[in-house]
Unconditional design. Structure first.
Length: 171
């Protein structure tokens, strides 16, 4: 499934073609409220949907999600256990979310069409392609450990000790 937000943002038509060109998947494109993008995709013979009220059910019916903004649909995909990749991220929030999701090891960010087949293959077979993705495949089971790990990456030493102490007291 290819998602592009409620506005059908980005070069959705090109993304759908490039996904199809890999021979690994056929894009089911959720265009949100962008009727123009939906019509263009339908003219190309793609499966194009408008606004979807039950995204979780649709996601469970797909093999992989390809997203370009890192918004709610990517979080829904992750929550349902659907492998997800970022491709042709939109500028601004899309690129920022792509970088954050990739750095966390949750969603690989495919930056070039030549890398798309390998990323889709990895997502479809469940074989992580990066060390961060491999680490994310075996996350700590205690949520406090995850929070402490993130705190260690983003705050100074003094603040880190306070956060860790608070987690121990409340955990």
């Amino acid at each position: 499934m290819l998602v592009s937000g409620a506005g059908g943002m980005g070069d959705v038509r090109k993304s759908a073609r490039e996904v199809a060109d890999t021979g690994l998947a056929r894009a089911v494109v959720v265009c949100g409220r962008n009727a123009s993008v939906r019509e263009d995709l339908e003219a190309d013979g793609a499966i194009a949907l408008g606004w979807v009220d039950d995204m979780a059910t649709l996601l469970r019916g797909c093999d992989v999600a390809v997203q370009n903004a890192g918004g709610l649909s990517s979080l829904e995909a992750l929550a349902t256990g659907l492998p997800t990749v970022t491709y042709r991220s939109v500028p601004g929030h899309g690129a920022a979310n792509a970088a954050a999701l990739d750095k966390a090891g949750w969603v690989p960010w495919v930056r070039h069409v030549r890398d798309l087949p390998a990323a889709l293959q990895a997502a479809l077979t469940g074989v992580p392609t990066t060390s961060a993705a491999r680490a994310a495949a075996h996350p700590p089971t205690d949520p406090a450990d995850v929070i402490a790990e993130l705190a260690n990456q983003t705050v100074d030493h003094r603040r880190r000790r306070r956060i860790t102490r608070r987690l121990r007291l409340t955990g």
